[in-house]
Design a protein around this ligand. Structure first.
Ligand SMILES: Nc1ncnc2c1ncn2[C@@H]1O[C@H](COP(=O)(O)OP(=O)(O)OP(=O)(O)O)[C@@H](O)[C@H]1O
Length: 283
C-alpha cells in the first residue's frame, strides 16, 4: 500500500512527527533493499541512522525525501503524505558525498543560493543575499563566498552543500554521511553549527558511519541491517572502534560509488516526487 494524498489540517501537521515511515519496502531493480522499515522522528530529535555498508541507510533517507518511491508502506514528512503537499522548502537534504564543484563554474554563494530554488520556485526570494551569507557563516565559509567551488577542499565543498540545505532554514534536515572523509576543522565546525540549530528546534536525521563529534547531540540511534531496523533506541555503546551495533562499516566512499555506480545520484528516478529536495537540478 502506498501513501494516499489527503489534506491534513495545519494544526495536525504542526504537531505531527517530522518523519513517520511505516512498513516501508523498496525494490531497486530485482533487489529487495528495504524490508518493512518503521521509523518515526519526533520534532526536535536528532536521530542517527547507522549500519554496515549496504544495509540500506542511503536508500531509506532517499525514500524519505522523495527521491526513491517506496514499493510498499507509508511515509509522511512534516505531517504530509509523501508527494507534492509536503512543504519541501522546509526540508533540507544533503546527499551522500558529492562534489559541490561542477564543470559549470560556480561560486560557493551561487551553489548555496540554488538551495532556495525548489519545486515551482524558479526565482530567488527577496533577501536571498543575506540568507546565503548567513548560511555560509553557519558553516564558517562566509569569507569564501565568491571563490569558485573548484578551489575549495573536499571538506569545504561538503560545507557548501550543507549551507545549501541550511539556507532554506529547514524544519527538518536530512544528511547522508555529512562528515565522511571531511577534515577535522570541518567536522568540528559542522558539529558546532548543528548544536546551535538543534538548540533552536531543528529536527535532524543523519546517516553516520560513527557518531564522532555529533555524539553529544544524538538523542536516538536507529541501526539497519539487511534493510531492516535491528535497533531503535539509545545510542549503542561504542563497539570495536565504531559506534553501531554489529557495525561492519568499511570506508571510504569513493565518488564513483556515490554518484555513478548505481545510477541513482546522477539523474531523476522514475516516480520520484517532483520538488523533493533530492530531485532538483544540481548546482
Ligand atoms: N540502483 C540500485 N539497484 C540495485 N541495487 C542497489 C541500487 N542502489 C543501491 N543498491 C543496493 O542497495 C543496498 C543498499 O544500499 P545503500 O546505499 O542504501 O546502503 P548504505 O547502508 O547507505 O551503504 P553505505 O554505508 O555503503 O553507503 C546495497 O546492497 C546496494 O548495492
Amino acid at each position: 500500500m502506498t501513501s494516499v494524498a489527503t489534506a491534513p489540517s495545519a494544526s495536525t501537521t504542526a504537531s505531527a512527527p517530522a518523519v513517520e515511515a511505516a512498513g516501508v519496502h523498496v525494490h531497486l531493480g530485482a533487489s529487495h533493499i528495504l524490508r518493512g522499515v518503521d521509523l518515526t522522528v519526533a520534532r526536535g530529535e536528532v536521530v542517527a541512522l547507522l549500519g554496515a555498508n549496504g544495509s540500506g541507510k542511503s536508500t531509506l533517507v532517499r525514500t524519505l525525501v522523495g527521491v526513491i518511491p517506496p514499493s510498499a508502506g507509508t511515509v509522511r514528512v512534516l505531517g504530509h503524505p509523501l508527494g507534492n503537499t509536503v512543504p519541501w522548502g522546509d526540508v533540507g537534504y544533503v546527499p551522500q558525498r558529492v562534489s559541490a564543484a561542477t564543470t559549470v563554474p560556480s561560486t560557493a554563494a551561487e551553489v548555496v543560493a540554488s538551495g532556495l530554488l525548489h519545486g515551482r520556485r524558479l526565482r530567488l526570494p527577496r533577501g536571498w543575499r543575506a540568507r546565503v551569507h548567513h548560511a555560509l557563516e553557519l558553516v564558517g565559509l562566509a569569507d569564501r563566498a565568491h571563490d569558485a567551488t573548484s578551489r575549495l577542499s573536499g571538506g569545504q565543498q561538503q560545507r557548501v552543500l550543507i549551507a545549501r540545505a541550511l539556507v532554506r532554514e529547514p524544519e527538518l534536515l536530512v544528511l547522508d554521511e555529512p562528515v565522511a572523509g571531511v577534515d577535522r576543522p570541518s567536522q568540528e565546525a559542522f558539529a558546532a553549527t548543528m548544536a546551535r540549530l538543534v538548540d533552536e528546534g531543528l529536527t535532524v536525521l543523519v546517516v553516520l558511519h560513527e557518531l564522532g563529534e555529533l555524539a553529544p547531540l544524538v538523542t536516538r540511534c536507529v541501526v539497519l541491517r539487511h534493510g531492516r531496523v535491528v535497533h531503535d533506541g539509545a545510542p549503542p555503546r561504542p563497539h570495536g572502534g565504531h559506534d553501531a551495533v554489529g557495525h561492519e562499516h568499511v570506508h571510504p566512499h569513493e565518488p564513483a560509488h556515490l554518484t555513478g555506480e548505481h545510477g541513482l545520484a546522477s539523474g531523476p528516478i522514475p516516480g520520484a516526487v517532483p520538488g523533493a529536495p533530492g530531485t532538483e537540478a544540481r548546482p
